[in-house]
Structures are given as structure tokens and as C-alpha cells.
Design a protein around this ligand. Structure first.
Ligand code: PLP
Length: 226
């Protein structure tokens, strides 16, 4: 190709390189790791642009924000939308309507509300492994019971565990959190691991991540903190 790449295409190529290199170092195949494009705060056009470059899995943090974008992106064939931000039980129905995957199930009550929406859907359990007040998620000790509660709901398919370690410049800080999530998944017989973001995706892949959630490295800095 002689055309110059768009900034997004260039960033995507760089992220792909990082994922490939991490997979190679870890002795894993590229297909074992899904790239989730995190488009929170960016307009619907960011989703359309990423879709045009071949991305199909998208992550959004806020039900209300995505409700505004959904009309523009709903008809993209094969695109799937993941909620990766906290979901209040009273918004479960709306969340179930808008998203294909809810990665942030953290209570049996929320699982029940999602099931009551009546739509078959995929979910993950968000696990709170750090002590930060601001983080949501199920306590590690409560994960086995929540796995059971989700498996008891025929509408819900449990696709993995998800976590967000404390943010740090140093990706190595995240490694023990990723290791704990992997161990918890092993103990509870859960397969997928949604872990790793722009700054620590290599470490996450080395520790077994099956889905990295990447915003900044693809779309640039977000205007508002989120
Ligand atoms: C914003 C966000 C991401 C993406 O973070 P970047 O550092 O921009 O890649 C991933 N996961 C969750 C849960 C987020 O809220």
C-alpha cells in the first residue's frame, strides 16, 4: 500500500505488533487474545472507523453514553458491544438491551436482573482485587458463589473474569493482580480472562489474558477523565 495510513490505522498496527510480540514471548497464539477497542468518551465515529479497519469487539463504560451512539453503530454486521463500566441493578434492563456482553457483573442480584431482561447474553464477573475505594467488583472470596448464581441462569453464559488493577506507569505493578485473576479463574473453572489495557497489555498476555481492553493506545487521550 502506498497510501499513508490514518492515525488510527497506524496506532492499530502498533497495538497489533505489541500483542503479537507478547504472544510470541509467552508461547501463545495470536488468536487466543481478543482485542477489545474501548471507545468511551469518543464519538460513534470512532467505532465506525475502527470497524472499517476490521475491529469487531467494542467496549463502552456508560449505559447512557452508549445509548446515544447505539443508533449509529447498531447495524454494523458482526460488531459486538461490551459494557466494561459499572452497571447498577436498576439499569440492568437497559444494559441488557444495548449490550451483547456485560463484563461487570459483581452481584447475584445484578445477574438475576440481567436474566430477567429475557435476552440470552454473555457476561463476565468483575473481580475487585485492589483496595481502591473507587473500584467496583466482586470480592475474590465471593466469586465461587457468583459463578454458581450465573450458571443457574439459563439466559446467561459466563465468559470469564475481568479485573482492573490500580493504574500505574509501571506495568509490572499489575502482574500480581493478573496472576491472582488467573488463579481465581482456574479455581472456579472459568475460561476467559479480560485483563490488560493500553499500558500493561504485554504483562496481561504473559499472564494468560484472553481479552485486552485498549482505549488510549488506539484512539489517543480521552478529553474527560474516565
Ligand atoms: C477505560 C478503560 C479501559 C481502557 O483503558 P486505556 O488505558 O485507555 O487503554 C479498559 N478497561 C476499562 C474497564 C476501562 O474503564
Amino acid at each position: 500500500m502506498t497510501d499513508t495510513l490514518s492515525p488510527l490505522a497506524e496506532r492499530l498496527a502498533a497495538v497489533e505488533d505489541r500483542i503479537l510480540n507478547a504472544c510470541a514471548r509467552a508461547g501463545r497464539r495470536r488468536e487466543e487474545v481478543t482485542l477489545l477497542a474501548v471507545t468511551k468518551i469518543f464519538p460513534a465515529q470512532a467505532i465506525l472507523d475502527a470497524y472499517a479497519l476490521g475491529l469487531r469487539e467494542f467496549g463502552e463504560n456508560y449505559v447512557q453514553e452508549f445509548e446515544g451512539k447505539a443508533p449509529e453503530v447498531r447495524s454494523l454486521a458482526g460488531a459486538r458491544f461490551h459494557l466494561i463500566g459499572h452497571l447498577q441493578s436498576n439499569k440492568a434492563r437497559k444494559g441488557a438491551e444495548l449490550f451483547d456482553v456485560i463484563q461487570t457483573v459483581d452481584s447475584a442480584k445484578l445477574a438475576r436482573r440481567l436474566a430477567e431482561a429475557g435476552k440470552p447474553m454473555e457476561v463476565m464477573i468483575e473481580v475487585k482485587l485492589s483496595e481502591e475505594e473507587s473500584k467496583h467488583g466482586c470480592a475474590p472470596a465471593d466469586v465461587p458463589a457468583l459463578v454458581e448464581a450465573i450458571r443457574a441462569q439459563p439466559q446467561l453464559t459466563l465468559k470469564g473474569l475481568m479485573t482492573m488493577p490500580p493504574w500505574s506507569e509501571d506495568a509490572e505493578i499489575a502482574r500480581p493482580y493478573f496472576q491472582r485473576l488467573r488463579e481465581l479463574a482456574r479455581q472456579t473453572g472459568v475460561e476467559g480472562l479480560s485483563m490488560g489495557m493500553s499500558n500493561d497489555l504485554e504483562v496481561a498476555i504473559e499472564e494468560g489474558s484472553t481479552m485486552v481492553r485498549v482505549g488510549t493506545a488506539l484512539f489517543g487521550r480521552r478529553k474527560k477523565p474516565a
